[in-house]
Design a protein around this ligand. Structure first.
Ligand code: 5AD
Ligand code: SF4
Length: 463
């Protein structure tokens, strides 16, 4: 980290000199694709950039640095990035000093790096997920280089602590508890691009949470690809349930969330910790991916349809107010109509508040990409529509139960479309919109619900 600090100081000095000459701060434009992990990585990039004297802009035309932090979990996420990179050629022509960088999960695939090198020669810097902390050094090198600087590690290094982070939200903060994934679900590219599971120490996590509490953050979300296996690699009995019991003691924090949980690793100990810890919100995101036990086996998920339904029942028995959300893939290779009906059956039996639904996307390098009987696109799309219709009905039915009820809302901000409307979430993660002024942001208020929609609730503040 000391080495990176030297590069931060060098770039800061260069930027300062230029600022004096032009009376203009250097600007960066940062676009992020993908999951909360990537969003959080972008907060780290923003933190380092702030230290180097850059300011953010949402207009790439006038910027000095453009960064795409990419995702490769589905093909369309990759195609979007390529779609953005092409037109940047003109910007680079207009301003040869412009630095164009691409980083994140896509770059961990050698064929992607090759493609970018060949097709988008105006890209100045390519780096991956494992060496994000080296960004100051890589940027410094790219600023003075005629050719593309490429630094992608195929192995995970040590966890870099103390990277500066700029969090845009002042109320909610993400805290990474572990990196990587060991599960190798057969459709998923994540273990190949994010590496093996590595847990941060409990001390480092708690120190960060305490600091966030002191800075005024009210809600934290503990992040990991599979938080339930937190601590297993430390090997001294450290567990995720133990961690959240400790986080629960941090005084200023009002709410604790976490994501994502794998059904095979969700322990009773964790269910009891959610039940017992008053700050841990009653919300569990528990992807089931597919309903058919046959497909689950091919997906390498290590549970059956019945296991999942029983687990959901156990959770509901112990935590009656729990909001359950999930991820579902339709059209995994070999999925028949009968298999798909099992997916609909789980929806009806478990009744999730919300589901993130995806069309299966073939990812080169994963076992499922080589499986025969890939499902035709129109069949996938038809199933997807039926899945959505079922889930929308259930989401609305569950939301209807809030009509006339008073819910506790953490006020997050002003609505994007109407500045007289505030927006926040219940402990169960339901979005609530209501009239109020911005002094309430960051506070817990009670709202009586008078209007129910499929994706949100509306109401008025009550004492
Ligand atoms: N195709 C479609 N969806 C996928 N996901 C992961 N890999 C794929 C893929 N190849 C989904 C899973 C996961 C979510 C983050 O993305 O549902 O839980
Ligand atoms: Fe991918 Fe499975 Fe790991 Fe989730 S648990 S990141 S779906 S391999």
């Amino acid at each position: 980290m000391a080495r990176q600090q030297q590069f931060i100081d060098e770039i800061k000095e260069l930027n300062y000199q230029r600022e004096i000459m032009t009376a203009k701060k250097k600007l960066y434009y940062l676009a992020t694709f993908g999951c909360q992990m990537n969003e959080h990585d972008s907060e780290k990039l923003a933190g380092m950039l702030a230290e180097m004297g850059y300011a953010e802009t949402d207009n790439m035309n006038g910027s000095d640095l453009i960064i795409y932090n990419t995702c490769c979990v589905r093909e369309n996420a990759e195609l979007k990035v390529y779609g953005h990179l092409g037109p940047l050629k003109h910007l680079k022509k207009e301003n040869p000093d412009l630095v164009i960088a691409v980083c994140g999960c896509m770059m961990q695939q050698p064929e992607v790096v090759e493609h970018i090198k060949k097709t988008y020669r105006h890209v100045d810097l390519i780096f991956g997920t494992h060496n994000l902390y080296k960004f100051p050094e890589l940027l410094y090198n790219a600023m003075g280089s005629q050719s593309t600087v490429i630094d992608v590690w195929d192995c995970e290094g040590q966890i870099a602590e103390n990277v500066a982070i700029v969090r845009k939200d002042g109320v909610k903060a993400w805290v990474t508890v572990m990196y990587g994934c060991n599960n190798f679900c057969s459709y998923c590219i994540v273990p190949y691009v994010r590496g093996r599971e590595r847990s941060r120490t409990m001390d480092n996590i708690l120190e960060e949470v305490r600091m966030l509490g002191c800075q005024g953050f009210k809600e934290i979300t503990l992040l990991g690809q599979n938080v339930n296996s937190y601590g297993k690699d430390i090997g001294d009995g450290t567990s995720f349930a133990g961690l959240i019991r400790e986080v629960n003691k941090v005084p200023e924090i009002e709410r604790i969330r976490f994501t994502t949980s794998h059904p095979k690793d969700l322990s009773d100990e964790l269910i009891y910790a959610i039940r017992d810890c008053e700050k841990v919100c009653e919300h569990l995101h528990l992807p089931f991916q597919a309903g058919s036990t046959r497909i689950l086996k091919m997906m390498n998920r290590k549970y059956t349809k019945e296991d999942y339904i029983n687990l959901a029942s156990k959770i509901k028995e112990n935590i009656p107010d729990i909001t359950l959300t999930t991820d579902i893939i339709v059209g995994f290779p070999g999925e028949t109509e009968e298999d798909f009906l099992d997916t609909l059956d789980i929806l009806e039996k478990v009744r999730f508040d919300n589901a993130f639904t995806f069309l299966y996307s073939k990812r080169t390098g994963t076992p499922a990409a080589k499986m025969e009987q890939q499902v035709p696109e129109e069949v996938k799309k038809d199933r997807f529509q039926r899945l959505l219709a079922t889930q929308n009905r259930i989401s609305k039915e569950l939301n209807d139960m809030f009509l006339g009820k008073v819910v506790e809302v953490l006020v997050e901000g002003v609505s994007k479309t109407n500045d007289e409307i505030l927006t926040g979430r219940t402990r169960g993660n339901k979005v609530v919109n209501f009239k109020g002024d911005s002094t309430l942001i960051g506070q817990l208020v009670n709202v009586k619900i008078d209007t129910v929609k499929t994706w949100s609730l509306e109401g008025n503040v009550v004492k």
